[in-house]
Every structure is written in C-alpha cells, then in structure tokens.
Design a protein around this ligand. Structure first.
Ligand code: NAD
Ligand code: IPM
Ligand code: MN
Length: 371
C-alpha cells in the first residue's frame, strides 16, 4: 500500500497532475498495488478565499503519508513570492527536503542543441539554504532598522544607522547563507549517490571567485567530504557551467549546485533535453517525507487550454515510485514515455498535436500494454 498526498496546485499544475495520477493508477492496476491518495487544497484559490498557505493541518496530513505528489503553484492574481515562499519553499524546509534531484538526459530527439549529444546528467541542488533562507530585508534611511528574517523569524536583528538619511539611502538585501552542517549533509548525499551510480567524480558549481566567504566554505567542505568518500570533485564556476552545458553537456554526470544556481541551471538542463515539459524533480529528505514535482511552474500563459505537456509530471511520478522502492515500475513508466515520444504521441511543445489529456491517455495505455 502506498499513501500519497497529492497537491495539484495552480494553473497547469492541476492539468498535469491529473495525467500523472492516471499513469500511476494504470501502474497500480496492472501490478495490483493499493494507491491511497489524499488530495490537498494548496494554492491560489484557497489563499484568495481564506488567506491560508501551508497550514499546520496540511503539515499534519502530509506527515501521515509516504510522499507528496505536487503540481505547481503561482498565480498572476497574487504578488510574486507569497505562494512560492508560503507553500513551496515552506514545504521543502518544513520537511527538510535538503536535496532537489533533477535529471537531465538526452533520451529523446527534441533537444534544441545544434548537434544531438548523448548526455545523462543528474543535477543535485541544495534545497534549504543559500539565498532561499529568507535572510533579507530593507534598510530604510529614516527608520534605520532592519528586519532579518532567517528561517521563519528565528533570528531578528536591528541595525542602527547613524546620522540622518532619506529614502534615497535605502538598501535592500537578500543574503546567500549556508551552514557547514547544511553543506556537509548535502555533499555526503552527492558523494554517496556517485558511489551508488559507480562514478569516481562529481562536479560542484559555485562562484568562489567572487563570493569568497560563502563558496569558500562550500569548497572547504566539498574537499573534505571528497577525501572522506574517495570520490573526486571538480569545481566549475556557474558562468562557465552555463556555457559548458550548451556546448558539451556529455562531459557531466553528477552536478552539485547551491540552491539559487541550481534553480537557474536546471531550467537550462531542462531546455537542452527538450524543455520544461519533460523535466521532473524530487525534493528529497532521505529520512523523511519527500516531494515529487515537475520542474516547471503553473504556466499562466497556457493554463486551461489543454496545451501543457504532462510528461514532466508523469516522470515526477516515476521518480516517486523509484524512491518508494519500486524502480522496476519506474522503468515501466519511463519506457512508456519513451514510446509515446517515439510515436509522436505528444503535445505541441514537442511537435505533436495531442492535448494534455490525450497525451496522458496515450502514456497510461502504453503502461497497460506492458501487462
Ligand atoms: P513556468 O515554468 O510556469 O513557464 C515557463 C514557460 O514554459 C512558459 O512559457 C510555459 O508555457 C512553458 N511551460 C512550462 N511548463 C510547460 C509544460 N508542461 N508544457 C508546455 N509548456 C510549458 O515559469 P514562469 O512562467 O516563470 O512562472 C509561472 C508561475 O509559476 C510563477 O508564479 C512562478 O513563481 C511559478 N513557478 C512555480 C514552480 C513550482 O511550483 N514548482 C516552478 C516554477 C515557477
Ligand atoms: C523551482 C521553482 C521554485 C524555486 C520557485 C517557484 C520557488 O522555480 O522549483 O525551480 O525557485 O525553487
Ligand atoms: Mn525554478
């Protein structure tokens, strides 16, 4: 029996999760699995109705489940950051999902790269620290005070500024902050994953040539954990990495990123393999509740039109099944997605003509055909 909390969320999140569930139910049907799904009403509609984001009750419900299957949040009616921080980032930090796993591999012919390349990258993005800690604020000239919000108001600091000043003197800041413990546990996860996958090296991304304190600590910890695990670490500056991912993605295997650079590079990783419509991710707490979601957002530009590609959500479901201990079933889902692509049973973003629902039906049917 698998107990899964399902949060479709906003926009195309709702549309693609419906298809992902369809595929998971096809798997459950042919394998006689008992899938227990509990739907959570997270997102803009509830927020606009009640003012609630991720509540204590939601958290309690999620705790009773083995995993969360999440769509996307974000809505043009709500100011940027309210839903993103109040629901998605809150989920990642509350459940301490400190690794965000985002594969990018050339397993279909939809890459926009000039030459078709064979690559198979696993991005591992640190998922709880860095600029996502919420350590920031505005320093107003007149009031001379600063509110540093660090991990949900754990830490408050007043900064006195001497002399008189005007609004012209305002500063706003958002600090990239990482803890030694936070980097250590993340680095250990990266090296252990490399070991499990039979790799002798990982690539770690940073900007240690400018942010010397933050990425100085990052490198110090990665060096030490590299020695401990007997696996090499190669460092890449994030700017050079962006270039290399387009020019020579086949050079990379496991790529470890700080949170913000990982956010940016994994959209690039998505694009080189065919777009956000196929990029899946897992927010992993190795000892707790993990959450699986497409990399993409709520896509207000195509929401409600039946245009969204459900493959990213379907593959997030595959990652969830893998993590729940059934990689054999994960392979079955991946095979079905590959077949759908091979036969062009895909949505318009991949050059097909199917609707979201038709594309989901096609994959579910392919799953059933393996019986
Ligand atoms: P987005 O990922 O929603 O969309 C970017 C572009 O990719 C759009 O043109 C969209 O149409 C296209 N696209 C995305 N998914 C697609 C799919 N499955 N099939 C076909 N095309 C697809 O990013 P955005 O437009 O920058 O953000 C929209 C909202 O989503 C914002 O509120 C943002 O904060 C939020 N967001 C949420 C998540 C999440 O919940 N995990 C992730 C990213 C963005
Ligand atoms: C992602 C998204 C989120 C992030 C936003 C919506 C908070 O872009 O999952 O990549 O920045 O992590
Ligand atoms: Mn992102």
């Amino acid at each position: 029996m698998y107990k899964i909390a399902v949060a479709p969320g906003d926009g195309i999140g709702k549309e693609v999760i419906a298809e992902g569930i369809k595929v998971l139910e096809a798997v459950a049907e042919i394998e006689s699995l008992n899938l227990q799904l509990e739907y959570l009403d997270l997102g803009s509609d509830r927020y606009l109705r009640t003012g609630e984001l991720l509540t204590e009750e939601d958290v309690e419900i999620i705790r009773k489940h083995q995993a969360v299957y999440f769509g996307a949040i974000g809505d043009p009616r709500v100011a940027p950051g309210v839903l993103e921080k109040g629901i998605l980032i809150a989920m990642r930090t509350t459940f301490d999902q400190y690794v965000n796993m985002r594969p990018s591999k050339a397993w279909h012919p939809y890459t926009p790269l000039k030459e078709e390349k064979k690559f198979d990258i696993l991005f591992l993005r640190e998922n709880t620290e860095d600029m996502y800690m919420g350590a920031g604020g505005v320093l107003h000239g007149k009031t001379s005070s600063v509110d540093m919000r660090l991990r949900r108001e754990l830490y408050t600091m007043d900064l006195k500024v001497s002399g008189t000043s005007t609004a012209d003197d305002d500063y706003a800041f958002e600090v990239g902050m990482m803890s030694r413990r936070g980097i250590e546990r993340f680095a250990d996860y990266c090296f252990e994953t490399a070991k499990r996958m039979g790799k002798d090296k990982i690539t770690a991304v940073d900007k240690a040539n400018v942010c010397t304190s933050l990425y100085g600590l990052w490198r110090e910890v990665f060096d030490a954990r590299s020695k401990h695990h007997g696996i090499a670490v190669e460092y890449m500056y994030v700017d050079a990495m962006a270039m290399a991912l387009v020019r020579a993605p086949e050079r990379f295997g496991i790529v470890a990123c700080p949170n913000m650079f990982g956010d940016i590079l994994t959209d690039l990783g998505a694009e080189i393999m065919g777009g956000l419509g196929v990029a899946a991710s897992g927010n992993i707490n190795p000892n707790g509740v993990s959450m699986f979601e497409p990399v993409h957002g709520s896509a207000p530009d195509i929401a409600g039109k039946g245009k969204a590609n459900p493959i990213a959500a379907v593959l997030a479901g595959k990652m969830m099944i893998d993590q729940l201990g059934r990689p054999d079933l994960g392979k079955m889902i991946e095979w079905s997605v590959k077949m759908a692509m091979r036969h062009r049973m895909v949505t318009a973003d991949m050059g097909g003509s199917l609707s979201t629902k038709e594309a989901g039906d096609a994959i579910a049917e392919l799953v059933r055909s393996t019986r």
